[in-house]
Design a protein around this ligand. Structure first.
Ligand code: PPS
Length: 422
């Protein structure tokens, strides 16, 4: 007892300063030492509970240890006397609790990350199984860095699932009117012309609703192909999906399809300017770099040649009309008459004159129902209707790049397809 007491005194008074009010000794005491130990504690006015081999000390004078680091030394000094000596203070307990929380949180975060990675790999695996390959495009930002290659086409990754899984099964109606194009070919111009021809040149009606609603973009999430399915007939549908990936019912239902193409040099310049205008795409390379990607077919909906050629091959079908941006520019009235004839409509001279005026570059630029000004969040700078010219490429492309793009055009010539670019 004397020895025990002296050790205990020694322990208490040697280590006065530790800020601790709970001390737990686990598996500490040999049975015959317990009473001695408890008596000792009581004599020091230290209160505690002994349960099994576990002793929790409470209401201990708060200054019995010199510092926390001394605890293991104290423990060591008792090791020989008792079976096991383990000390833990409230701070230790808190730390252990925090450690446990941290462990659970990291386990949960790890699990979430692993699941995300798993889903990503699974997604990739599923895409591969469907014939979709993801490729990285240089000089592009986070949002447009990855594009999907599917059946020879480069598709925007955000639209690929829709294009591959939903568009082929989209329900086509015989009285639909479709405008199909490679991006930046003059699609909006054609849409406005087609809409007005089919609506007896009701300019007020056309101005009342923006073109995205009157003439929705099939594969785009807004309004989305499901909404288009619910629209009243006749529906007007715009798409950049190439012919080979369009709905299977297109052949059987034979709606009117107008394809508009534009020379590749102005197309590439217009496309790059468009990407630079928006907040959603980033391209940090030069115009030359972008044109290289265009030639390689690594821009959205590329390769341009394949897109245009597939449409050209369909031009003799009764329900397909192939026109060019350059036709509209050089002979607006002649081309519009051809479109009207194809749609089974006749335009009077005043209608044609008014339509020409309504569809002039300037008037369309100022017309809030076609100039995409309603998409406020997406524009960084510039205007959707940017230049509206044939030959603007001369200000942007080098002679070498121009020659490369010329070879794309000459590759189409054997099929009888020609483009003017000035
Ligand atoms: S999109 O985003 O793919 O639907 O773009 P798209 O409408 O096909 O093409 C935009 C280019 O067409 C020009 N445009 C016109 N040019 C002349 N007259 C009229 N009325 C007109 N309307 C649209 C538009 O200016 C874009 O070409 P660039 O060369 O960039 O100016």
């Amino acid at each position: 007892m004397a020895w025990f007491s002296s050790r205990w005194h020694h322990f208490i008074f040697q280590h006065r300063k530790l800020n601790s009010d709970l001390w737990v000794l686990k598996n500490t005491l040999l049975p015959n030492s317990r009473t001695q130990f408890c008596n000792c504690l009581q004599s020091q006015n230290i209160h505690g509970q002994l349960a099994g081999n576990r002793l929790s000390l409470t209401r201990m004078p708060s200054s019995i240890f010199s510092n926390r680091r001394s605890t293991p030394n104290v423990a060591n000094s008792y090791k020989g006397k008792f079976q096991h000596v383990q000390y833990s203070t409230r701070q230790d307990a808190r730390r252990t609790k925090n450690l446990m929380i941290a462990t659970y949180v990291s386990a949960a975060v790890g699990a979430v990350l692993l699941t995300a990675v798993g889903f990503r790999f699974y997604g990739r695996f599923r895409k591969r199984a469907r014939g979709i390959e993801e490729i990285e495009v240089p000089h592009c930002g986070r949002r447009n860095r990855v594009i999907c290659r599917y059946r020879g086409y480069s598709l925007p990754s955000v639209l690929t699932d829709t294009i591959v899984n939903d568009i082929p099964f989209f329900e086509v109606r015989p009285d639909d009117v479709w405008v199909v194009s490679f991006p930046k070919a003059g699609t909006t111009w054609t849409q406005e012309i087609v809409y007005l021809i089919c609506n007896d040149c009701d300019f007020e009606k056309a101005k009342a609703t923006n073109i995205e609603q009157r003439f929705p973009y099939l594969e785009f999430p807004v309004p989305g192909h499901r909404e288009i399915t619910k629209m009243d007939s006749p529906r007007f549908i715009k798409t950049h999906v190439p012919f080979s990936l369009l709905p299977k019912q297109l052949e059987e239902k034979s709606p009117k399809v107008i394809y508009i193409a534009r020379n590749p040099k102005d197309t590439v310049v217009s496309l790059l300017s468009f990407l630079q205008m928006t907040n959603y795409f980033t391209f940090t390379g030069t115009t030359h770099d972008f044109a290289e990607l265009f030639v390689e077919g690594k821009v959205l909906y590329g390769p341009w040649t394949k897109h245009v050629m597939e449409a050209w091959e369909q031009r003799n079908r009764d329900n397909v009309l192939f026109i060019t941006y350059e036709d509209l520019h050089k002979d607006f009235r002649g081309t519009v008459r051809e479109v009207a004839r194809f749609l089974g409509k006749t335009l009077s001279e005043p209608q044609l004159r008014n339509l020409e005026q309504h569809c002039s570059f300037q008037n369309m630029s100022d017309n809030d129902s076609v100039n995409y000004s309603w998409m406020k969040g997406i524009w960084k700078e510039g205007r959707f209707l940017r230049k509206g010219e044939i030959g603007d490429w001369k200000r942007h492309l080098s002679p070498e790049m121009s020659a490369k793009l010329d070879t794309m055009v000459t590759s189409l010539e054997p099929a009888g397809l020609q483009f003017v670019d000035s």
